[in-house]
Design a protein around this ligand. Structure first.
Ligand code: SIN
Length: 521
């Protein structure tokens, strides 16, 4: 008999964990899954800058305007309105009042950061490790909640979908419904079907499909791929945001991000010859929208034939302020031999955030009945073509709440379906060197052909490479059977193909999607 819960949540970042806490408050039984062996391995935990709150003299209409402007006026206004109005009260309710997260204060008031394209200082933070602290407090709360069962090392392989995975004779007349998921459980060493009246997908991003990225290795695009295989609609997949300032190392191998908030505190971008250059590109200078800054850096690297530009912290900050406000960044760079109180840090852009994803409405509902999506994997249209800094945690919290609320109000009991066993043959993974080299092909291809600057020839080359890759993976599945490692590789290839296809079809340069061969209406 498959396991049954009221709600299955896949992913334990801020979207998944806050949804779980809201649902438990309403008396629902929840299974919260993570594929990692560590609850700290989330994109939430990696967020340095912070979470949008309210600045002095601020109100939701200013935030809506900043979101719209950063997205080059492509954000879906209803979603921008929703997070601007509902997000900050939810921060107060869950993160401040209930979890008591110790956000920084100064002289009895919130010490708020400012980031690119924000009209106010409105970003609540804990030094430069905000996400880590938020994740710790969320973990403590979900582990303490009797209605939430947490399972680690559990990879969702595919959704259980009505008509495809149920032998029920009537089920083929039903609308497409998600009845749960097939989950590989490391501990049991088997694939277990898990049934739930509602499922929330909150698996985070896809940055691992790029050679250089700020994300953790777990960002293999699983959620996008399994939603697509189940028949859900995805949208805006071409809009992959590149963060302007990843630490550059000669191997360019680091995924260490230097938060945009350092620029909010006065750090300046300078080119290889020491010249501050951002005002030549945008009136907001280093605090321009992220896509503008990333492309300007790319351009400066080309002009100066250099592999990086530099971030000079010393412009407006004394050494003690640098060390006190940005201890993680200071320590990390010092360990690599760069003392940011004395010298600028080398930086270059890298893939950071999927602005598109599984299409949802403002209640988190996808196009499949009983399936919700929240956080980075979802696309409510909030970010349009480019996301405003520090809205990702706010988005996860708000849409996690919205999905939970909708489930509490509307979810129906699951009928008594019989479920077919997982349809793929299970086996040992192919040799590590094969998997590694296929991953590298995807990552290099995406970086070179579907990166910051795109054009038709490169995109069509990427389509060919990824289509061939899918065939190769199908052969591997026949030979070895499916395994967690092969499943992740397949998800990477499918997600990379989704991004490429959308980028190929869209001839307009907007926000993060920049076509050299753009058609300009
Ligand atoms: C940053 O701190 O620069 C990253 C936060 C974000 O992506 O919003």
């Amino acid at each position: 008999m498959p396991d049954r819960y009221d709600v299955l949540i896949i992913g334990n970042g801020i979207a998944g964990s806050s949804a779980a806490l809201f649902l438990a408050e309403a008396g629902k039984s929840i299974l919260l899954l993570t594929k990692g062996e560590d609850l700290e391995n989330t994109n939430t935990a990696k967020a340095q800058g912070g979470i949008v709150f309210r600045g002095e003299g601020d109100n939701p209409s200013f935030l809506i305007k900043d979101i719209m402007e950063a997205s080059a006026f492509t954000s879906y206004t209803a979603s921008a309105r929703l997070i601007s109005r509902l997000g900050p009260p939810l921060v107060q309710k869950l993160l401040i009042d209930r979890l008591q997260i110790p956000f920084d204060r100064r002289n009895g008031k919130w010490d708020l950061f400012r980031e690119g394209n924000h009209s106010f200082r409105r970003i609540l933070h804990v030094k430069d490790y905000t996400g880590k602290v938020i994740q710790e407090y969320l973990n403590k709360a979900v582990l303490h909640e009797p209605l939430i069962e947490v399972k680690k090392n559990s990879l969702a392989l595919d959704f259980i979908v009505s008509s495809r995975d149920t032998p029920h004779p009537e089920s083929r007349y039903l609308p497409l419904e998600c009845l749960g998921a097939y989950v590989w459980e490391e501990e049991a060493q088997e694939v277990i079907p898990i049934l739930a009246s509602a499922t929330i997908l909150a698996t985070g991003g896809l940055s691992e499909i790029y050679r250089y990225s700020s994300g953790g290795p777990w960002n293999t695009g699983d959620g996008f791929a399994i939603a697509r295989r189940a028949g859900a609609r995805l949208s805006n997949m071409e809009y992959v945001q590149f963060h302007p300032t990843l630490l550059y190392t000669p191997q360019y191998s680091s995924s260490f991000l230097i938060s945009e908030s350092v620029r909010g505190e006065g750090a300046e971008l300078i080119s290889a010859n020491g010249e501050p250059f951002m005002y030549r590109y945008h009136p907001r200078g280093s605090l321009a929208p992220r896509d503008v800054v990333a492309r300007a850096i790319f351009q400066e690297m080309k002009i100066h034939e250099s592999n990086c530009v530099y971030l000079d912290f010393r412009q407006k900050m004394e050494p003690h302020k640098i060390k006190d406000t940005f201890p993680t960044i200071y320590e990390e760079l010092l360990q690599r031999g760069i003392d940011i109180t004395q010298e600028p840090a080398p930086v270059a852009p890298g893939a950071h955030f999927a602005c598109g994803g599984v299409l949802t409405d403002t209640r988190g509902r996808t196009t499949i009945k009983r399936l919700y999506a929240a956080g980075e994997v979802a696309c409510s249209g909030l970010h349009g073509a480019n996301r405003l800094a520090s809205t990702s945690l706010l988005e996860g919290l708000t849409f996690g709440y919205r999905a939970a609320r909708d489930i509490v109000k509307h979810s129906e009991e699951l009928p008594n379906f019989a479920v077919l066993p997982f349809r793929e043959k299970w086996g040992e993974p192919p040799p590590e060197n094969i998997l590694r080299s296929l991953k590298e092909i995807i990552r290099i291809n995406m970086w070179e052909n579907v990166g910051l600057i795109r054009e038709r020839r490169g995109l069509s080359q990427s389509l060919q490479i990824l289509t061939a890759m899918k065939k190769e993976i199908a052969h591997l599945k026949e030979e070895y059977g499916i395994s967690p490692a092969l499943s992740e590789l397949e998800n990477m290839a499918e997600t990379a193909l989704l991004v490429t296809e959308e980028a190929f079809k869209n001839p307009l340069s907007r926000g993060t999607h920049f076509r050299l061969d753009a058609f300009d209406p």
